[in-house]
Write a new protein. Structure first.
Length: 331
């Protein structure tokens, strides 16, 4: 098995994109790997968070991840700020990464908006903290959606420069585990935008705590077009919204896109959408109900995170201490 690391920001409720692009694989790869999953509260802080709601959402997301099937006994689940190794290594990486590398990060450009200079410095160096998250554990497998690909490339650039500058083979090469079909789930109202927690309208995303009727309604009102579904995949190439819905169906039903189109090709959206709602409810309702149960005992959730942080520190502290020695800090 490999050592796996991945993270999610505890802002808002995880949505279908988070689930299909990342969380479902986090659950699956627990089978034969050593997995470390992190609620990245330090990353969340790069944009303003109401302190009380950051704490609340950290516990809420913990509950969702447990309900989705993360096993905190065999694996590790914790919040980032509880393990100081992340911040320590991130500082070293701030001194390894080049300003030019940061300037190429497309996610910063997207998030920073027009008034770039008004953003926090944290948002700018965010990818260095992400590299530290992974390399503090020398993890080699990182299951993420497509939007994190550039950050993983940067992680390898940082590891390589560190190894080169300090003439060491200390940090390993990191590989992304980016799914084929669901690495970029799109907004239900606009197939050219990715499904995102920060979009002001909830109509474009399905959240893992949505009630059944809310799911059905969002799918009913999801943008489509007036043509029937095509029988072959090429027929979807210029129909972004149709492609997105068919892709979601295919991942949930564990069928290829071709198979889905064999069943629904030539038919209108209405029967397809109702089958899609059924599949979504089958997947989401049990997670939602289990999350509600878990949220009744917040003390238990905190204990799980605390134990996770202790296990995580036991791995990361010696690795980061060694990195500190390599760069010349006194032991
Ligand atoms: P975050 O919190 O934005 O998203 C968590 C995971 O969900 C994936 N994702 C999607 N996948 C498919 N379609 C979508 N529309 C979609 N939206 C989000 C993301 O790719 C991600 O895998 N920087 C990271 C968190 C992080 C991290 C790390 C990840 C911090 N340190 C170290 C891996 C390793 C982030 O903001 O994810």
């Amino acid at each position: 098995g490999k050592r796996v690391f991945s993270g999610i920001q505890p802002t808002g409720i995880p949505h279908l994109g988070n689930y299909l692009g990342a969380i479902q694989y986090w659950v699956d790869i627990q089978q034969d790997n050593e997995c470390i999953y992190c609620l990245v509260d330090m990353h969340a802080l790069t944009v303003w968070q109401e302190p009380v709601s950051l704490r609340k959402q950290t516990l809420e997301q913990t509950a969702v991840l447990l309900a989705a099937g993360i096993d905190p006994n065999k694996h590790i689940l914790f919040n980032q700020s509880a393990v100081s190794a992340h911040a320590r290594l991130a500082w070293i990486f701030n001194c390894v990464a080049r300003i030019g590398w940061m300037n190429r990060m497309t996610q910063f450009k997207d998030k920073a908006g027009k008034n770039r200079e008004a953003n926090s410095v944290g948002l700018y160096v965010y990818p260095n903290l992400m590299a530290a998250d992974i390399l503090a554990y020398k993890a080699t497998c990182v299951p993420v959606g497509e939007d994190q690909r550039q950050h993983l490339e940067l992680t390898n650039d940082i590891a390589q420069k560190f190894n080169h500058d300090y003439k060491t083979g200390f940090f390993p090469v990191v590989e992304g585990f980016i799914p084929k079909t669901s690495a970029r789930v799109m907004n239900l109202r606009d197939g050219s935008k990715k499904m995102s927690k920060s979009d002001p309208s909830e109509q474009g995303r399905i959240e893992l705590l949505d009630e059944d009727d809310v799911i059905t309604n969002k799918i009913k009102r999801a943008k489509s077009d007036s043509e029937p579904l095509p029988s072959e995949q090429e027929g979807l190439s210029h129909r972004l919204e149709a492609l997105n819905l068919v892709s979601i169906y295919s991942v949930l039903a564990k069928q290829s896109v071709e198979q889905v189109l064999q069943d629904f090709g030539g038919k209108g959206f209405s029967p397809f959408k109702s089958a899609l709602s059924d599949l979504l409810i089958q997947k989401i309702a049990p997670i939602r109900e289990e999350t509600k149960k878990m949220l009744a005992d917040k003390q238990h959730l905190q204990t799980i995170l605390k134990q996770g942080a202790e296990k995580a520190s036991a791995i990361a502290d010696p690795i980061v201490s060694e990195a500190e020695y390599i760069v010349g800090f006194l032991k």
